[in-house]
Design a protein around this ligand. Structure first.
Ligand code: PMV
Length: 328
């Protein structure tokens, strides 16, 4: 067994599902119950450095400048342990990660975070793996993170170990405007939310039945660059996902009054002939998809809306990438 002092620094981008994943077919292995399709977003970057340090007694992690403990650190250690096992290494690592987007705004950072961590750990521990194997490592920690290993439009099949690229970022220069809504109460984490929905919602079965068809429609719309078809599938996917949560006992409610107000503003834009479509995840923020020529108008509508505290403009982003690596 060798003990190296490798390090690697990686940049990965967040992704937003156009066709959602909600529910697991295998909880232990963290496999998704339904297929999902996402867009990797150039505007939302995470930078993660992993440095192997044999002088440490266990892994340490600093996220956005604050030392991590408890469950958050345990999830990081679990991923590092899987990489160490593959590499035949034992030395702990120091992890430093920062999100170049407002985490305080409650935007999901686990996707870019675990994708960046998986790729950085693989390189720091001296492994050479295919992107699909890196994606599988990220997926075991957070299924949506599997998709952030790849740029552009990405799929993650039902029960799949790894995500797969569908089309690169240059395929279709869509714009996604992330409307950060006024803060609400802290909500339940996605894994707990999914498990609770699966266990108690009579609508979960209907969601499982409908999701593959919406995924197929979204995939076809991406490949044919048909925004109206993509928008219709995307909105139905998020609404059915949230409907399954609303049917849980007690209900899982991520949609806030501000969310509904922004959804109405997007629908109104569309009634005026502006192609704009919404999607929401495990939080109150609204992500709006449009074409570049309409982006300024949609952005103006969102920015001037009283329920919106800020707008982040994103375009299709690239693969997760190693920006530097070393071996001491
Ligand atoms: O992979 P997780 O645990 O972050 O779950 C992601 C769930 C959604 O964001 C709501 C949907 C998705 O496909 O990203």
């Amino acid at each position: 067994m060798t003990t190296s002092n490798g390090s690697a620094r990686v940049v990965a981008h967040a992704n937003i599902a156009l066709a959602k994943y909600w529910g697991k077919s295998d909880v232990t292995r963290n496999l998704p119950a339904v297929p999902s399709l996402s867009l990797t977003l150039g505007g939302l970057r995470t930078v993660t450095q992993v440095t192997i340090d044999p002088t440490l007694s266990s892994d340490t992690a600093v996220l956005d400048g604050a030392a991590t403990t408890g469950r958050a650190l345990a999830r990081i250690t679990e991923l590092l342990a899987r990489v160490r096992k593959l590499a035949g290494e034992t030395a702990p690592a120091r992890v430093e990660s920062s999100n170049e987007f407002p985490t305080a705004a409650g935007l999901a950072s686990s996707a870019s975070g675990f994708a960046a961590l998986a790729l950085a750990a693989v390189h720091a521990y001296g492994l050479t793996l295919e992107p699909a194997a890196v994606s599988a490592l990220a997926r075991a920690s957070s299924a949506s993170a599997a998709r952030s290993v790849f740029g552009g439009f990405v799929t993650l099949g039902a029960g799949a170990e790894a995500a797969a690229p569908l089309a690169g970022p240059e395929h279709w220069p869509l714009v996604m405007l992330v409307a950060v809504t006024v803060p609400g109460p802290k909500s339940i984490g996605s894994t707990d939310g999914m498990q609770h929905t699966a266990a108690t919602s009579p609508y979960y079965r209907a969601w499982l039945e409908a999701a593959p068809e919406l995924f197929a429609a979204a995939q076809h719309a991406v490949l044919t660059r048909d925004l109206n078809a993509l928008g219709a599938a995307m909105e139905q996917s998020t609404l059915l996902m949230h409907a399954s949560m609303l049917g849980a006992r007690p209900a899982v409610i991520y949609l806030a009054p501000a969310t509904l107000a922004v959804m109405a503003a997007v629908t109104e834009l569309r009634q005026r002939g502006v192609p704009a479509f919404y999607t929401m995840d495990a939080g109150p923020h609204v992500k709006v998809l449009t074409l570049p020529e309409y982006a300024a108008e949609v952005e103006h509508t969102l920015t001037s809306h009283p329920a919106v505290s800020g707008v982040i403009r994103c375009t299709p982003g690239p693969d997760a990438k190693v920006v530097s690596e070393g071996r001491a």
